[in-house]
Design a protein around this ligand. Structure first.
Ligand code: MN
Length: 144
């Protein structure tokens, strides 16, 4: 189907999935909007983080291109915590630690484009967590 209608932050014929199998997270759903093909080897997803929720703190070699579509919150990319809101763009470079958190009183919904062939996310171990926590604003933000 060429056109799939949008209503209430759901898309026609797109199932609402769990965020992921592994890794700690809170209140996140996933919808896979486009699966790509050999001529465009990407996956285009919509994630929604419930108020007070967060994605997994992780890093990997593949990039994320993110567009905030709904609500507001904050994100960590590398060593920087930023306030984010509707229509902001977030680029997550290769191997940058990243985590998205919704505001306490608003969800955070975002489109995320990734390569179809991508490496598995890495979670921080004790040494990586200690390094991240060197910066007080990062220490206060992360939910490992
Ligand atoms: Mn990621």
């Amino acid at each position: 189907m060429s056109v799939r209608r949008f209503e209430g932050f759901r898309w026609e014929d797109v199932p609402l999935l769990a965020y992921k199998d592994g890794g700690p997270y809170k209140g996140v759903t996933r919808q896979v909007l486009f699966e790509g093909d050999a001529s465009l080897p990407v996956q285009w997803r919509y994630f929604e983080v419930a108020p007070g929720g967060h994605s997994t703190l992780e890093r990997h070699e593949h990039l994320h291109y993110v567009l905030i579509l709904k609500g507001r919150g904050r994100c960590l990319v590398g060593e920087t915590v930023s306030v984010i809101g509707e229509h902001d763009l977030v680029e997550v470079p290769s191997l940058a630690w990243h985590q998205f958190r919704a505001a306490g009183d608003a969800p955070l919904g975002f489109l995320c484009l990734v390569s179809a062939s991508r490496d598995k996310p890495q979670l921080p171990g004790p040494a990586e967590l200690a390094a991240l926590r060197q910066k007080p604003e990062v220490a206060a933000f992360i939910r490992p």
